[in-house]
Every structure is written in structure tokens, then in C-alpha cells.
Design a protein around this ligand. Sequence first.
Ligand SMILES: Nc1ncnc2c1ncn2[C@@H]1O[C@H](COP(=O)(O)OP(=O)(O)OP(=O)(O)O)[C@@H](O)[C@H]1O
Ligand SMILES: [Mg+2]
Length: 156
Amino acid sequence: MDYHVTSLTVEQTREWGKQLGARLQGGDVVALIGDLGAGKTAFAQGVGEGLGVTSPMTSPTFTLIHEYIAQLKGTQLRLIHMDLYRLQRPEEAEVIGVEDAFVENAVCLIEWPEIAEDYLPDDRLEVEIIGSGEQAREIIFRAPNCTWESRLKDMI
Ligand SMILES: Nc1ncnc2c1ncn2[C@@H]1O[C@H](COP(=O)(O)OP(=O)(O)OP(=O)(O)O)[C@@H](O)[C@H]1O
Ligand SMILES: [Mg+2]
């Protein structure tokens, strides 16, 4: 099932990220879909907030992968934030170690996941943000199977 919400400001987009972040757990993979400037990084920053990341999260556009220390019920968890916009070919996902992020002690957020689709786990949450510039955003939470259902219901 898809869940649709509206965000009128960047703060609201961050807040939706925070709400999701508070419900994530190790092993979760979240694909962030949307045009340039849609708000994927803003949403990811909110996820970091919801997961207790204290260092500032910046866009991994040039570095491709950033990693942070998150907190989950008092234990540490890795938060891995990727931006695959600059990849030219799917195989490069393998070279940069995208799959190394799909482990039980990490939550993984991926901006521009399309090129690496074949390397992503099927059981991932997709968050699509529609709109850009000063437009309102529609945020769609889409999960392939029921493992996400109760968390999404709880959030929305
Ligand atoms: N409702 C909104 N939600 C999110 N961002 C918004 C909203 N309204 C305006 N903005 C602005 O849109 C921009 C979103 O930038 P952001 O870097 O998060 O996009 P992005 O999807 O990560 O882009 P890129 O593909 O370049 O990585 C910010 O400048 C933000 O202030
Ligand atoms: Mg971004």
C-alpha cells in the first residue's frame, strides 16, 4: 500500500523524515526518489534527527557515501547516506561498495537509487518526493511487502 502526505515547507519534509527515522531499525534500506532539489537530502537529515545523529548531515553528492553514528534504544547503529547521482554505470555501485551497507547494524538511505536498482534489496522502503522549487511536495511512502506496513500506519 502507498501512503501519501503533503509537505508545504522544508521543515515539514524534515519532520516526516524524523518521524520515519524514529521507526527505523538495523538492516533497513530506504530509497529516496525525486528530481533535483525535491528534498531528498532534507528528508535524510530528518531521518538522522529521528535516529539521534548529532553531527551535521551534508549532501553526499560528491563523496557518494557518508556515514554517521546513530542511536537506537541506547545502542549505536550506523546510518549510511548515499547519493548515486554521479554513477555512470550500474556496475560502479559494486565498485563503491553499495552492498556493504545492507547489513544488520546499519540503516541505509539512498538518493538517486535508480541506477543501482539491481543491487538493492527487494525489501526496501521507497520514499518518493514529488515537486521542486517553492512548490508544495507530495511525499509517497511505498513498500513492496507487509514488513513495513505497521510502521507506516503508525506514522501516518
Ligand atoms: N516542502 C519542501 N520540502 C523539501 N524541500 C523544500 C520544500 N520547499 C522548498 N524546499 C527547498 O528545496 C530544496 C531541497 O533540497 P535538497 O538538497 O534536499 O534536494 P535533493 O532532492 O536532495 O536534491 P539533489 O537531487 O540535488 O540531491 C531546499 O533548498 C529546500 O529549502
Ligand atoms: Mg540530495
